[in-house]
Design a protein around this ligand. Structure first.
Ligand code: SF4
Length: 339
């Protein structure tokens, strides 16, 4: 998989007349409401290009985050994408990525994005259940998301799908049905975000009235782990789980399964489940080695060595030595007999 050097450009709330229940966009992105301009885009690109890079071969990608890019006035879209073109022509930037709402995609807009060198469009799909979408105030349907994916694909753009767990009206069964419908769309990547209650959002009012209950951390981690496992079995990349930590997000957080390393909690859960499965299947009292990638050591151990304590509590580590090996692939476990 290519390595990326991402230059983020935030376009908070510009062009968005909607008010999804969970959204207080300024707090989530940590960005001010100042209008984005071509000059600011150029300034941001130059600032990031001047930074040292760990991998000089990484693909440089300008990513327009937040808001709904294709909901902006077309002149502003042209201005912002136009600001990136000189950097592309000079070979300093290779790709553009942006995010938008599924109902802000049609053939004409996709043709324009393609001409402007946009490679990937991430759709704020959130759920593929119409009842959940309606209860969350999204203002679009699951069918519109599916149509948007087909429209992007048919014109050769890559597609990312952003999903949320714990939305109003959602259940585990509905979330897993959304996963199945998403897999059927074969996106290039997926992101999974837990729903949080942010000050100033309509969801905060529902929460205060006792009409919305966020997922507990444990349920959110378990559900996200299940979803990630299903996507990966289908060969779909899960590019991110959990929101990017930001001081403004933490200040605005009222309730919900927020953890700055939420994605790691999910990976830790998945490694625990893999280890439990292989150990239980070979539970015969003989000496063995459980091999884990060296880079996964802290994730495998879990907070306070929790995973190891749980495996030991299940009696699955009797006669088992745990080895952290730099040659073991990440996010995998191997059980070897000790002769
Ligand atoms: S469409 Fe996006 S920016 Fe607009 S209210 Fe919903 S989540 Fe916020």
């Amino acid at each position: 998989m290519a390595s990326y050097f991402v230059i983020p450009v935030f376009i908070a709330h510009q062009g968005c007349p909607h008010q999804c229940l969970f959204c207080n966009q300024h707090r989530i992105t940590g960005s001010s409401s100042a209008a984005m301009t071509a000059a600011l885009v150029e300034e941001e690109i130059r600032r990031w290009l001047a930074r040292p890079r760990r991998n000089s071969a990484a693909v440089v990608q300008v990513a327009f985050y937040g808001g709904s890019f294709t909901g902006l006035p077309i002149e502003l879209q042209q201005e912002l994408l136009g600001a990136v073109q000189p950097f592309i022509r000079a070979g300093l930037v290779q790709e553009i990525r942006l995010s938008t709402r599924p109902d802000y995609i049609d053939g004409a807009i996709v043709d324009f994005l393609k001409k402007s060198q946009v490679r990937l469009v991430e759709l704020g799909t959130q759920s593929l259940d119409d009842e959940v979408l309606e209860a969350s105030g999204r203002g679009h349907t699951a069918g519109q998301s599916e149509e948007a994916v087909r429209c992007l694909r048919s014109r050769g753009l890559e597609v990312g799908i952003q999903l949320m767990i714990g939305l109003p009206g959602d259940t585990t069964a509905k979330a897993l049905a959304t996963v199945r419908r998403t897999i059927a769309l074969a996106p290039d990547l997926v992101r999974i975000y837990p729903t949080l209650v942010i000050k100033g959002s309509p969801l905060a009012a529902l929460y205060a009235q006792g009409r919305y209950f966020p997922l507990t951390m444990n349920r959110a981690v378990a559900l996200a782990a299940r979803m990630k496992g299903l996507f990966e079995q289908s060969g779909i990349v899960v590019a991110r789980i959990g929101l990017q930590p930001a001081p403004s997000l933490e200040e605005g957080l009222l309730a919900g399964p927020y953890h700055p390393a939420f994605g790691e909690l999910v990976l830790s859960r998945l490694l625990f489940k893999q280890a439990r499965r292989v150990l239980a299947a070979a539970h015969n009292g003989q000496k063995k080695k459980l091999v884990i990638a060296a880079t996964d050591e802290s994730v495998f151990r879990g907070q306070g060595n929790r995973n190891i304590t749980r495996l030991a509590g299940l009696g699955l580590l009797d006669e088992v030595e745990i080895v952290f090996d730099k040659n073991q692939p990440r996010q995998s476990v191997d059980l070897q007999a000790v002769l």
